[in-house]
Write a protein that binds this ligand. Structure first.
Ligand SMILES: Cc1cc2nc3c(=O)[nH]c(=O)nc-3n(C[C@H](O)[C@H](O)[C@H](O)COP(=O)(O)OP(=O)(O)OC[C@H]3O[C@@H](n4cnc5c(N)ncnc54)[C@H](O)[C@@H]3O)c2cc1C
Ligand code: SF4
Length: 523
């Protein structure tokens, strides 16, 4: 049987969401001859459609359906309707992403064992041996064409990087380079080398940056085994009398409700929509939502310890030129409790355009401090902090029944409070980041609080013991054998690295498992 598939075809694997997890999983399954229907809430945009303008691009690609926030984080105060920056489009957030692609450090797979009992943190070891991931990481790096892996050259440094590198070296940092990026430094895999034009967050108009939108998804479709239905928003997952997932109910591009039968269902809607979907799929048999016998669906939401440091200089930097995020200091990523916190963080170059800078630098203010900073935008350099945050049971996605979306379903409320470890880490990172710029003559430095979350993790986490989480080491739900979680919500803990390479490696691994289980008639 080849695509398109019939709604009544109950032999297909249905993948919900086509981002880093879902897009890669759908292609990997299709390559193995498995029939896949991928349902994607957003439309299809390709490099020729991308817009080199921050707000217009955001309007084109971002998920702007209503969500609510609560908790003590700054995002709840300043961006209460926008807890996260997530894409709603074929390819998911891999259109907006910057491409930083790092492997976890070995100890980060075993955070509970390494960090011990951290009060208030719901730490757990991943049920995966780090050595088992080596090969999957290599395959993910090949797929994404990650620079500085397998003899691929690094990207050239832009001026933002040169300022950052000089300051870092002055402080004695050693692991400083232009990063491991899923951006071609030379032509690779039918995509051109980076042209250094900037606007990486707005979708790479050259296709030099990897995105599932124009790699995995069309390749999966070309096999005839994958049908991607865009502008199809999944409302709930249905199950049969035995409690097995049996179909998926969605609203199609024309606004009509449809039901696609399924042999296996894989949820990959990102760490906010995936738990929301499982909770919205509650039934008489599963009154607390699907896969939720542990009560862990939606809990342990993580977003990385983030923050930025900007600095102005007496000469132009023009940080917006060239790649948005190709520059990293890795020395602080180690686990070293002597610094006053467990886990570690990365410092990565970051450039925001003037429209986003105006919104994020200090959304509360419009005084001399703020306007004089913007006056020096041309002379500004910037970096982003990304560190491991502590999973907490109370940081969670719940259904907000008081607010409904365009389909009448309760929206996700995203609750987040910083853990004391997160605050200690962020303060350390601010200090180090400012020192980097001070070492090369910054005239002013601006420690800047976190923006809406770009790294959304946890909420359907992996656990060895069904009591502690939602899915097993293959992303298969503990409760329902033919229901999988395939996105960043599987993360047991967040590590200090940008997450997408690990999401992709896990999707490759999961595809192998599902195909083998289908072959053995276990699903
Ligand atoms: C500006 C920016 C920069 C980033 N830079 C980096 C980086 O440098 N390195 C890195 O590792 N990560 C980066 N990230 C994060 C990275 O993009 C995400 O971690 C990754 O894409 C998450 O993958 P996912 O599969 O969990 O979800 P996504 O890629 O977000 O995909 C989820 C998809 O599911 C769809 N969906 C949701 N609900 C439904 C539903 N009910 N029905 C149908 N479809 C649905 C959504 O529309 C979306 O397309 C960045 C993110 C942003 C926003
Ligand atoms: S700088 Fe490179 S990766 Fe970024 S958008 Fe331009 S070509 Fe693409």
């Amino acid at each position: 049987m080849t695509a398109p598939f019939d709604l009544s075809d109950d032999t297909v694997v249905v993948v919900i969401g086509t981002g880093a997890g879902g897009g890669v999983l759908a292609n990997e399954l299709a390559q193995k001859g498995v029939s896949v229907v991928a349902l994607e809430a957003g439309g299809r945009y390709l490099p020729e459609d991308y817009i080199n303008d921050e707000w217009e691009s955001f309007g084109q690609l971002a998920w702007t359906d209503p969500r609510t926030t609560s908790g003590d984080w700054r995002v709840a105060r300043d961006f209460s309707g926008l807890p996260a920056w997530i894409v709603k489009a074929v390819g998911g957030t891999t259109t907006h992403w910057a491409g930083a692609s790092l492997r976890f450090q070995d100890h980060e797979w075993k955070a509970r064992t390494t960090y011990g009992d951290v009060q208030g943190a719901n730490l757990l070891d991943w049920p995966i041996d780090p050595r088992e991931m080596d090969d999957y990481y290599t395959r993910a790096e090949e797929k994404l064409g990650v620079t500085r892996t397998n003899d691929r050259a690094g990207l050239p440094g832009n001026t933002n990087f040169k300022v950052f590198e000089k300051g870092a070296k002055a402080l004695g940092y050693e692991e400083v380079h232009t990063g491991r990026m899923a951006i071609n430094s030379a032509d690779y895999d039918e995509r051109p080398a980076c042209q250094q034009t900037g606007f990486c967050f707005q979708g790479c108009k050259w296709g030099a940056k990897w995105s599932a939108a124009y790699t995995d998804i069309p390749r999966g479709e070309a096999t005839g085994n994958l049908e991607v239905r865009e502008r199809c928003h999944v409302l709930r997952i249905e199950h049969d009398e035995e409690g097995k997932a049996s179909s998926v109910v969605y609203v199609d591009a024309g606004g009509t409700q449809q039901e696609q039968k399924a042999r296996v269902v894989c949820v990959a809607g990102n760490s906010i929509e995936s738990p929301r979907l499982l909770l919205n799929s509650a039934s008489q048999m599963f009154p607390d939502g699907l896969a939720n016998s542990s009560g862990q669906v939606g809990r342990n939401y993580m977003r990385h310890v983030t923050g930025s440091v900007y600095a102005t200089f007496d000469k132009p930097v023009r940080m917006w030129r060239g790649t948005t995020m190709a520059g990293i200091i890795q020395d602080e990523a180690r686990h070293d409790p002597e610094r006053g916190f467990v886990g570690g963080y990365e410092l990565e170059t970051l450039a925001l355009g003037l429209p986003f800078m105006a919104a994020f630098l200090d959304p509360g203010g419009w005084g001399r401090e703020f306007t004089s900073a913007l006056d020096h935008y041309e002379n500004m350099a910037g970096m982003w902090i990304v560190g491991e945050d502590m999973p907490q049971e109370t940081n969670r996605i719940t259904l907000n029944h008081a607010v409904t979306d365009q389909h009448g379903l309760p929206v996700a409320d995203v609750h987040f409070d910083d853990h004391p470890n997160d605050i200690a880490m962020r303060n350390h990172a601010y200090k180090q980041g400012m020192a980097v710029y001070d070492a090369v003559g910054a005239t002013r430095t601006f420690p800047t609080p976190p923006y809406p979350s770009t790294h959304n993790l946890g909420t359907n986490r992996m656990s060895a013991n069904p009591r502690d989480g939602v899915v097993n080491s293959h992303g298969q739900s503990h409760d329902i054998a033919n229901l999988f979680v395939s996105d960043g919500s599987q993360f047991t803990t967040g590590a200090s690295e940008n997450p997408t390479l690990t999401i992709v490696a896990l999707a490759i691994r999961q595809a192998e498992f599902i195909a083998a289980e289908l072959g053995r008639q276990n699903l």
